[in-house]
Design a protein around this ligand. Structure first.
Ligand SMILES: [Zn+2]
Length: 94
């Protein structure tokens, strides 16, 4: 456990990384809440990030963050996979 890593989704700094494995990272963010990102999801965030060189950008971060918040209401820890990230972000204009 590691305090102070930035949130993968929204970059909030006081995020608690609960658990990290080869398959996923589990974080608890003050903005997004608790969530997991699979390793292919992390790669996908990198792919959306690299072309612009500017990071995901505020709009895409907000989309992912609000998806996590809405999924959390079911009581399960939401997991961002590459497929979910594609679904959420492909429909979003730059
Ligand atoms: Zn966050």
């Amino acid at each position: 456990m590691d305090l102070g890593d930035p949130c993968i989704v929204c970059t909030a700094e006081n995020t608690n990384t609960v658990f990290t494995t080869d398959q996923f990272i589990h974080q608890n963010c003050p903005n997004c809440g608790e969530f997991k990102v699979t390793s292919d999801g992390l790669d996908r965030i990198g792919e959306y990030t690299n072309p612009s060189g500017l990071g995901l950008g505020h709009k895409k971060r907000a989309i992912l963050s609000s998806w996590i918040v809405s999924q959390s209401q079911s009581g399960a820890v939401p997991t961002l996979t590459a497929n979910i990230i594609d679904e959420l972000l492909c429909a979003t204009p730059q």
